[in-house]
Design a protein around this ligand. Structure first.
Ligand SMILES: [Zn+2]
Length: 153
């Protein structure tokens, strides 16, 4: 994956939000929330556990895990689970999302459907793709992951 910057988990600190006046983001806490959500994944078919944690611009975290179905189509990814939870609680402004899953040689990024749903609420979202052992994190953003996006912009 060429877009983004690989950093160590321990180097993740507080991300200043800048102009909005909101609190700084604790990026390590967001990644840990995604890691914890991953443990609750329901994935008896793929056995591929994914956790996500979505941070609102006012500092609230909504986590999610993938939930599979025997008929496959109703399966939902961790990222969309988090978005659905947040939106159903009345939150629509997001600043960051962390995703944790395990692949030996790569980071796990949101699928195209999840990227599109995240983009529905804005492209200014930092994305943290972490290894399950927290050895490293690929830092990128939604604009980089969804260039020339389709949307209401
Ligand atoms: Zn997805």
């Amino acid at each position: 994956m060429s877009t983004g910057k690989v950093v160590t988990f321990s180097s993740l600190g507080m991300r200043a939000r800048g102009t909005c006046g909101c609190a700084d983001e604790d990026v390590q806490a967001l990644v840990r929330a995604a890691l914890a959500a991953r443990q609750r994944a329901y994935c008896p078919y793929s056995r591929f556990q994914v956790g996500a944690a979505l941070l609102t611009t006012d500092g609230e975290t909504f986590d999610g895990c993938n939930v599979e179905s025997a008929s496959y189509t109703p399966t939902i990814c961790a990222e969309r689970t988090a978005v659905v939870k947040a939106v159903s609680c009345g939150r629509r402004q997001f600043s960051s999302v962390a995703v944790v899953a395990h692949l030996e040689d790569s980071y796990v990024a949101p699928c195209g459907v999840c990227r599109q749903l995240l983009a529905e609420f804005g492209l200014d979202v930092a994305v943290y793709l972490a290894k399950v052992d927290l050895s490293s994190v690929l830092v990128t953003d939604l604009r980089a992951l969804l260039p020339l996006s389709f949307g209401k912009y």
